[in-house]
Design a protein around this ligand. Sequence first.
Ligand code: ADP
Length: 471
Amino acid sequence: MRPLSVRARLTLFYSLMLTVVLAFFGFLFYKSLGLVIEQRLTADLRERAVFLTNHERVEDGGVQLVFNPNDREEAYLVHSAARYYQVFQLPSGVLLVQSQELELLGAQLSPDAVRSLARAQEFSDMQLENERLRFHNDVISKDNANSYLVRVGIPLTPADDAQRGFLRSLLFLVPVGVLLAAVAGWEMSRRALRPMKSLATAARQIDIEQLQERLPTRGAGDEVDEVAQAFNETLARLENSVGQMKQFTASISHELRTPLTTLRGEAEIALLEARSVDEYKLVLASQLEEFDKLSHMINQLLVLANAEAGEIEWTDQSVDLSDMIVSLVEQLEPVASVKGITMTTTAEPHVHVCGDASWIERVVLNLLDNAIKFTPDGGNVTVRMAAKGAEAALSVQDNGIGIPAEALPHIFERFYRAEPSRSKQIEGVGLGLALAQWIVEKHRGRITGESQLGKGSCFTVYLPLDHSPNL
Ligand code: ADP
C-alpha cells in the first residue's frame, strides 16, 4: 500500500485530535449540564418543601394544607408547590393524600418503601413511565401515634431535556465541525506545502553542470526557507568541492604531463642514434629524477586519499618537538645551502607534544621545504619554537616571494597553488599545506599562515603540550 502523503497525514491527525478533544469536552459539559440543572431543581424543591411546611397543619388522622382561599396569590403558590404532593400515614404506609398529577402519573409506593423513605432519605428520585421526579421526604408528627411522611416532588424533565438537547446538538455539530476543520486543514496544508513542491521542482533541475544555481528563498524565515537555505549551503559546499576537483584534475594533468613529456622527449632523443654507455647513463639518471618527482606527487595524493578515507594509523606518544626540529633543520641545511639560504633555529629545549612523530615530522618538513622553495637565493629562513600556555608554537619564517593577499585564504585548500605561473619552475602540486593542516587538526592543533607579497611568509603550528607525568 502506498504510504499516505504528508498532507493527508497532517489532515487526518488534525481531524482525529479535534474529534477527541471535542468529544471529551462535549462529554464533560454534557455531564455537568445535567448536574447543574438538577442542583437548581433540588434547591427549588427544598424551597417548595419549606414553603408547604409553613402551610401544613397536623391533625388527628391527617395533614391539612392551610391557606386563605381569598388570597389569590397565596392560594396559587400553595397549589403550584403542591402539584406533586403525597402524605402517607406512618408506620402503616397508607396513602392519605395525593395530588392529582401524582395520581395520574401512577406514583405508587409500597408500605415498606414508605417506611424506608421515612427513616433515611431526605431526597429520593422516582422514575415513572413519562416522568422522572425528585422528592423531598419529611416526617411530621403531632404525637407518637400520629406521624406522617410528607413528600413534595419536582419533575427532573428540564435537566433531562437540556441534556438530551445538548447531546443532539453535539452529535450534529461535532461531525460537521470536524468535517469543516478537515477541509480547512486539507487546504491549509496544501498552501503550507506548496513552497515545498516548488523547492522540489527547482531542486530537480539542478545537476552537476549547474551547481552555481540556488533554490529561491521567500524571505519568510520559516521552515521552508530553512530547508532551502540548508540545501543551498550544501550546494555551495558541493560547488566548492567540485571546483576543487576540477582544479585538481587540471593541475594534476598538467603536473603529470610535464614530466611525462620530458621523459618521452629524452627517450626519443636517446633512441635517435646509437650512443655510448655513458650517454645512456646520463639520460637514465635524468629520467630517474623525473620518476622521483612523479612518485613523490603520487605518494602525497595517496596519503591524502587514505587520510580522508580514515585509513591511516596513528601512534600516540610523547614527541620531543625541540629535538625533532633541530634534526630536521640539520637535514635540510644542505638543500638550503645550495641556494645560499641561511637557516636560523631558536628552539626552547624539551618541549613535548603528544602525537605521531612521523606525521608531525611531515608537517615540519613541508613548512621548511616550502620556505626554502619559495625563498630566492641568499635569503633567510628562521625557525622558532617555544611553549606558550598549553601549546607549543612552532613558526617557520622566510623572507621569500610571499603570497598575494587574495591567495592567502586558499593556500590550505587541496591542489591550490598561488599564482601557478610564478611558481611554474617551483615543484609542487598544492597538496603539502592541505595535508599539513589535516595532520595538525588531527593532533587537536591549528596552523596559520601570514604573508606579505615580496617580503616573505610565516607559518605557525600550534600543538597541545604533553603534560604526562614521566616528563
Ligand atoms: P606546493 O608547495 O606543493 O605548491 P603547498 O600546499 O605546500 O603546495 O602550498 C600551497 C601554495 O602556498 C604554494 O603553491 C605557494 O603558492 C604557497 N606557499 C606555501 N608556502 C609558501 C611560502 N613559504 N612562501 C610563499 N608561498 C608559499
